[in-house]
Design a protein around this ligand. Structure first.
Ligand code: HOZ
Length: 430
């Protein structure tokens, strides 16, 4: 990167008006040091900064940009929708198209409610599960992040973990006391919790593939046992697919791992880069929502025509030609994994590189990573040096060890080669 004077000036000004200079904490570079750069525009796999640098982007606006930035079909759809009005506050046909698409692509989603963010989706899914079961208690897993609703900001991942406050101030202990936190991949802890509280549980919420403390995978048997325990005890199993939905395949992580939740939450990709969220699942549960049922949930901008247009264009492009896009992402992912693993080995740096499809994370440790405690053992100072080295070389990774990287169909083989070459050089000196 060149001189970042314009970004520095903008950040100094931002600090006057925006707490910490940002509108979402993880953007502030606190975990890696330094100040964030500002983006002028984005196209394909590239970000163009206000300082004139061009970066290969592996953040992809934290997941939505699976087709790359400013995908022509999404842009055309948004322009067309905008010409007809930006918000109606009464039903519009695109909401129905989006509902049909999600229900068709994700088996087990009979009905869906659209909202405005992943946070809203998870918060509402929990309320719905509580309304459906008449119970209060929920289970979440340490390191999983389900947005910033009160009852879910307990041992949370993503920015909360990155900045060292996984249990946020301002959450009344009365709200959080109904949330039981378990280590991921720990069958014994799971069995114990169900033995003790099974019949009081409204829901278990999880990221099937936890991607907010880096990226680690469910071990064989864990999801199957969880599913069985929820069924036996009448607890609603909620899969948070905000990051993984339509990324790991048309039917997300639940399709990859063959587990059928009762409710699923979505966001990111289904908005094509515009603000969106959704939750859906079994009709008997979804029908408890107002106006049919007693569980209240609402939103002025829910089902917004611009977000729907962008999301429909994204899902259509992703799922046509028998999922060619996913095959392409898998090929790129495999190339990146092979290249980075080899680069680390050659540099003599211990890295545990995890990848699933187009999501990835490298932990600076020689130990296996299967839960939050393991992830915390990664050398974060080394990560920070690696992050800055890569940025200098024109490659933008998420500014935290505890975020996943994302590939898009706009990345090319040459982008990956350039990334691997940069990593090989940077790893030698971090
Ligand atoms: N939800 C995103 C994935 N971890 C992070 C976005 C943010 O916190 O700004």
């Amino acid at each position: 990167m060149q001189d970042r004077a314009r970004s520095e000036r903008l950040f100094a000004e931002a600090l006057r008006y925006l707490p910490g200079g940002v509108n979402s904490p993880v953007r502030a570079f606190r975990a890696v040091g330094g100040n964030p750069f500002f983006v002028e525009s984005a196209q394909g796999a590239r970000l163009r900064t206000v300082d004139g640098d061009e970066l290969i982007d592996y953040v992809g606006t934290w997941g939505p940009a699976i087709l790359g930035h400013a995908h022509p079909e999404i842009i055309a759809a948004v322009k067309d929708a905008a010409d007809r009005g930006t918000s109606f506050g009464v039903p519009n046909p695109r909401e129905v198209t989006m509902g049909e698409l999600i229900c068709r692509l994700v088996p087990g989603v009979d009905k869906v409610r659209l909202c405005n963010s992943g946070t809203e989706a998870c918060m509402s899914a929990i309320r719905l599960a509580r309304g459906f079961t008449g119970r209060d208690r929920i289970i979440k897993f340490a390191g999983c992040y389900h947005g910033h609703a009160d009852c879910l900001l307990v041992k949370a991942g993503s920015g909360a973990l990155t900045l060292g406050n996984p249990d946020s101030a301002g959450v009344p202990s009365d709200f959080a006391k109904h949330t039981l936190v378990l280590p991921f991949n720990d069958l014994e802890a799971l069995e114990g919790a169900f033995r003790q509280h099974g019949n009081e549980l409204a829901a278990v919420i999880l990221e099937i593939v936890p991607a907010n403390a880096g990226l680690y995978l469910p071990e064989p048997g864990f999801l199957e046992r969880l599913r069985a325990l929820c069924t036996t005890h009448g607890a609603v199993l909620i899969a948070d697919e905000v990051m993984t939905g339509f990324r790991l395949g048309p039917d997300g992580a639940q399709g990859r791992f063959g587990v059928q939740p009762d409710l699923s939450t979505f966001g990111k990709i289904i908005g094509g880069g515009l603000p969106v969220g959704a939750f859906g699942g079994r009709a008997d549960i979804m029908d408890k929502l107002a106006p049919l049922g007693p569980v209240y949930q609402a939103g002025t901008l829910s089902g917004n025509p611009l977000a729907m247009a962008a999301g429909i264009a994204a899902l259509t492009a992703l799922t046509r030609e028998e999922g060619r896009a996913y095959a392409q992402l898998e090929t790129l992912g495999a190339q990146l994994e092979a290249g980075l693993t080899d680069a680390a080995r050659s540099a003599g740096v211990a890295v545990r590189f995890h990848r699933l499809g187009s999501m990835f994370c490298g932990y600076f440790t020689d130990q296996p990573v299967r839960n939050l405690d393991d992830a915390m053992r990664s050398d974060r100072e080394r990560f920070a040096r690696f992050f800055h080295g890569m940025l200098e070389a024109g490659v933008y990774l998420a500014p935290s060890q505890f975020e996943a990287g994302f590939l898009s169909t706009a990345h090319s083989e040459q982008d990956i080669e350039r990334t691997v070459a940069a990593a090989a050089e940077v790893l030698r000196r971090v």
